[in-house]
Each structure stands twice: as structure tokens, then as C-alpha cells.
Design a protein around this ligand. Structure first.
Ligand SMILES: Cc1cc2nc3c(=O)[nH]c(=O)nc-3n(C[C@H](O)[C@H](O)[C@H](O)COP(=O)(O)OP(=O)(O)OC[C@H]3O[C@@H](n4cnc5c(N)ncnc54)[C@H](O)[C@@H]3O)c2cc1C
Length: 292
């Protein structure tokens, strides 16, 4: 059985948008294909008439400084992310998250845009970008716009934009300042399942007295959508990290996530036990980096 009828390779975002909107039957963007092709082959996605391959669009592959932001193109592969010095300096949690995705073969072709657009609650690239308060650049026939990344998710595998009319062009987050640090950690089954049992990313800024001035924490799967731990972040703001603060933060985090048992990965109870472990690791690693 054919999984698709037509395979187009546009060279610009405009051409890709036109290829999407002019399709008379089902149509989908394909980048690295590591999610989409697998789903088609395994029968978890109905056959698609037209595939629009965006991997040949140069403007999607850019990583650059733009004022006080870093711009990361949606078509940048995980391999390119982990070897990019700019991202190593300004986005350690993203480098760590993307560096754990799949194996070398997957990371060679899989893209950050595909990880986000797949919209799973625990995509490692997605969770790491959320801790940096990332904005996403959406391209349509009318032009491009920026939105907070957290707002594009509707549910597992679902986004708030029309996939026939919108392309994710890129992402931006602020450059790293003095006394800021970030980190990513996850717990994974040793083999066979691509998505983490639990992952977590943190960004923080250390204040003049050594306190956590501000922090952002994201984790997954902790609900139907990629999750930001706003209550825990609020609690930690202005506090010095010590054992008591850690215990309270872990309790607040446990109360605001929505963990569940999944057949192939872990029980809800096990995930609850992992939460404080990952919290301690990401916060302490981020504090260490902020103080370097
Ligand atoms: C063996 C294996 C191991 C894996 N391990 C991990 C892991 O450890 N952690 C993890 O998070 N993931 C993992 N994955 C999943 C996958 O590799 C990642 O999610 C990857 O980043 C997807 O990127 P892609 O370019 O291959 O996306 P594709 O498969 O090409 O596309 C995925 C979805 O995104 C859409 N899309 C792609 N690009 C755009 C764009 N620019 N604009 C709009 N829509 C777009 C497509 O239409 C499709 O719906 C694994 C996959 C495999 C096969």
C-alpha cells in the first residue's frame, strides 16, 4: 500500500505554503520523517495524498543571534543543535534535551520543528524549549507572526493552528545573561520506546544574595500538553535553594502535574517518585551553571 501519492520538495517557505494550501486531498509537511513516516508505516496515520518535504528550505536551517534573542530555524536537526556553539552557550537545556533524542541516525535527520509540531506532551526538544520561554514563529500566506510556544498545543498530537495553512518557521528565546543557567534531565526505558518516562527542564536566574530570583520549569508527560510548572516557579522565586525549600517545591510540583499510568512506560506512582529526583537534578545543575 502507498503511504502517499505525491512528494513535493519546495525551496522556499512561500512555495511550501502554496503546496499545502493548493492540495485538494490530504496533505502534510514532512521534515526528517522520523515521526511521520513511522506512523504511516505502522498504520497509526492514514495514508496522505501529498507530502510537502521542507528539508530543502535553507531559511529553516538558520541559527543566529537577533538582538537579545537567539533565532533557531524549525528545520535545524538535533545533530546540528548539539554541535552548535551558540546554542551550547545560550541554550544548554535544549542542547541536552535534543542530544538525548533517539540515536545518531535519528538525530541526523530529525528536526526541532518536527519535535514541536508532533505536539507530544513529553517531546524532549519541546520541553527544553519551554523552559527558555520560547516563542514560535508561524508562517502563513499573509506573513509571519510570533506566539508563545506553550500556546500552540491543544492536546496530544494536536496543535492550535491549521496544518494546511501554517508552517512553523522557527523559534526564538533570550540570550543567556550573567547568573543564568539551564538544564535538562530525563528518565527513559532502556530500549524500545522513544518517549521519556519523565523529562524536565529548568532555567533560572540567581539574584544578588544567591537566591533563585526567577525560574521556569517544564516537564512531561505531565498532562495532555507540554507542561509549565507555574506554581512551583512562583514558589521558588526569591528563595534560596536548601533542603527545606526543595521539599516544599517538590510537594507543590507533585500537586500541580497530572501524571498517569501508561501501558508501555511507567505507572503514575513511579512517575510521582521521579518528580522530586528530576527537580533536584535540573535545579542544582542550573544553579551550578548560573554561578560559573
Ligand atoms: C527510533 C526513534 C527514537 C526517538 N527518540 C525520541 C526521543 O528520545 N525523544 C523525542 O522527543 N522524540 C524521539 N523520537 C521522535 C522524533 O525523532 C522527534 O520527535 C523528531 O524531532 C521529529 O522530527 P522530524 O523532523 O523527523 O519530524 P517529522 O516526522 O518529519 O514530522 C513530525 C510532525 O511534525 C510536522 N512538521 C514537521 N516540520 C514541521 C514544520 N516546520 N512546520 C509544521 N509542521 C511540521 C509533520 O507534518 C508531522 O506532523 C524518536 C523517533 C524514533 C524513530
Amino acid at each position: 500500500m502507498n503511504h502517499f501519492q505525491e512528494y513535493l520538495q519546495p525551496k522556499s517557505i512561500e512555495e511550501a505554503l502554496n503546496d499545502l494550501s493548493s492540495a485538494t486531498g490530504s496533505v502534510a509537511v514532512i521534515a526528517g520523517g522520523t515521526d511521520l513516516l513511522l506512523e504511516l508505516r505502522q498504520g497509526r496515520h492514514p495514508a496522505i495524498e501529498r507530502l510537502v518535504d521542507v528539508s530543502g528550505i535553507d531559511s529553516l536551517r538558520d541559527v543566529r543571534v537577533e538582538g537579545d534573542h537567539i533565532y533557531l530555524g524549525a528545520g535545524v536537526t538535533h545533530k546540528e543543535i548539539i554541535s552548535n556553539p551558540l546554542l551550547g552557550e545560550h541554550a544548554r537545556c535544549v542542547v541536552e534535551g535534543c542530544g538525548l533524542i533517539g540515536g545518531p541516525q535519528v538525530r541526523n535527520v530529525a528536526t526541532i520543528g518536527g519535535n514541536v509540531a508532533h505536539a507530544l506532551p513529553a517531546g524532549d526538544g519541546t520541553i527544553s524549549l519551554l523552559a527558555l520561554d520560547t516563542e514560535v514563529q508561524l508562517a502563513t500566506a499573509e506573513g509571519t507572526s510570533w506566539e508563545p510556544l506553550i500556546e500552540i498545543f491543544r492536546g496530544p498530537g494536536e496543535v492550535n493552528f491549521d496544518r494546511k495553512k501554517v508552517l512553523i518557521a522557527g523559534f526564538r528565546f533570550r540570550t543567556k545573561d550573567e547568573k543564568e543557567g539551564s538544564a535538562f534531565q530525563r528518565v527513559m526505558r532502556p530500549q524500545g520506546v522513544a518517549i521519556a518516562i519523565l523529562n524536565m527542564a529548568a532555567w533560572l536566574k540567581i539574584g544578588p544574595d544567591g537566591e533563585i530570583e526567577r525560574t521556569r520549569i517544564s516537564c512531561g508527560p505531565a498532562g495532555p500538553k507540554p507542561f509549565r510548572a507555574y506554581q512551583t516557579e512562583k514558589f521558588l522565586a526569591g528563595k534560596k535553594w536548601d533542603d527545606g525549600v526543595y521539599q516544599q517545591a517538590a510537594e507543590i510540583l507533585g500537586g500541580e502535574v497530572s501524571l498517569r499510568t501508561s501501558a508501555h512506560r511507567a505507572t503514575k506512582e513511579y512517575r510521582h517518585k521521579l518528580l522530586p529526583v528530576l527537580l533536584q537534578k535540573v535545579i542544582e545543575k542550573a544553579i551550578h551553571r548560573a554561578n560559573l
